[in-house]
Design a binder for this molecule. Structure first.
Ligand code: FES
Length: 311
């Protein structure tokens, strides 16, 4: 973990603040690539936030994150908006990247909705610096809800969509239909946008479509009634109704890595030795879910009476 100090807080849209974080003891920070996020330790638990990056791969003097105050969220964004002040220190992880930009693609289409712009604008900055071919479609409820509006409006390959003026959501299917045949396409935004993206790209090869969820898509598997065998720990545990595998494993005193607890971050990925998981996460791509060789134990359950895990 790294200790950083909040050096600036800037409101960039209704309910959206940008926090600038610098090393608490001076020096630099590990360099991050477009699509990366950091995990921030807060009094309410760990949270992941995408990094706002300028596209250069030179030294990293600060990290910037944009955070939307989610009043119905789990309390992380509320804490940042209401309690965090300039000068406070935080523990953050080194950057991780589960949503990397394929820089060798001949063309790139970027789609962002709301706070999903954070990862996408970092990709745009990188592509712009590389003088690559790209276009961005970015939707928000209104002008005052759109972060980085001044920076983006007027750019020829940026298409802004305000749903209150347009009378509806961005037509993701039309964007996918019109995309160049050799392009890679990326989407980050609210659940309805991601679902529209998944439906519209169902016929595209898996390696050209890239999506990042920041909330769970499905409810966690809490049906219980199966046994997990922890092969390395030599333990057999019953998962009862109402509990996740992660909760049962923790209660047994076994330490495992986890963070989001809703299947989006990938921290709790576990190798499956035997049995068939009931996948409920948004992290694993369809082909990896189909292989049943790994699973996210924070939210996924079991389709078989017995699941042998490499724990
Ligand atoms: S803890 Fe994030 S995917 Fe399980």
């Amino acid at each position: 973990m790294l200790t950083v100090r909040v050096s600036a807080i800037l409101q960039v849209a209704v309910d959206i603040n940008v926090y600038e974080l610098v090393p608490a003891n001076g020096g630099g920070l590990p360099v991050a690539a477009a699509g990366s996020h950091i995990e921030v330790e807060l009094p309410v638990g760990k949270r992941q936030y995408s990094l706002l990056l300028d596209g250069s791969s030179a030294t990293q003097r600060s990290y910037r994150i944009a955070v939307k105050n989610e009043c119905k969220g789990r309390g992380g964004s509320r804490y940042l908006h209401q309690s965090l002040r300039v000068g406070n220190t935080l523990s953050v992880s080194v950057p991780r990247n589960h949503f990397p930009l394929i820089e060798s693609a001949p063309d790139t289409v970027l789609i962002a909705g709301g706070i999903g712009i954070t990862a996408i604008i970092s990709m745009m900055n990188r592509l712009r610096l590389m003088r690559a071919s790209w276009r961005l479609h970015y939707a928000a409820r209104s002008q005052k809800h759109m972060a980085f509006l001044q920076e983006l409006e007027g750019q020829p390959n940026v298409h802004l969509h305000f749903s209150n003026e347009a009378g509806g959501r961005l037509d993701v299917a039309a964007i996918v239909r019109a995309m160049p045949t050799d392009a890679h396409i990326y989407c980050c935004g609210p659940l309805p946008m991601l679902e529209a993206f998944e439906a519209a790209t169902v016929g595209l090869p898996g390696d050209v479509k890239h999506v990042e969820y920041f909330h769970a898509k499905e409810a966690p598997a809490l049906e219980g009634g199966f046994t997990v065998v922890l092969a390395r720990s030599n333990m057999e545990l019953l998962v009862p109704k109402g509990k996740t595998i992660l909760e049962v494993v923790e209660e047994a005193g076994i330490e495992v890595d986890y963070s989001c607890t809703e299947g989006t971050c990938g921290s709790c990925q576990t190798t499956v030795i035997e049995g068939t998981p009931d996948h409920r996460d948004t992290f694993l791509p369809a082909n990896r879910k189909k292989s049943n060789s790994v699973m996210m134990i924070c939210c996924s359950g079991s389709k078989t009476h017995r699941l042998v895990l490499d724990i």
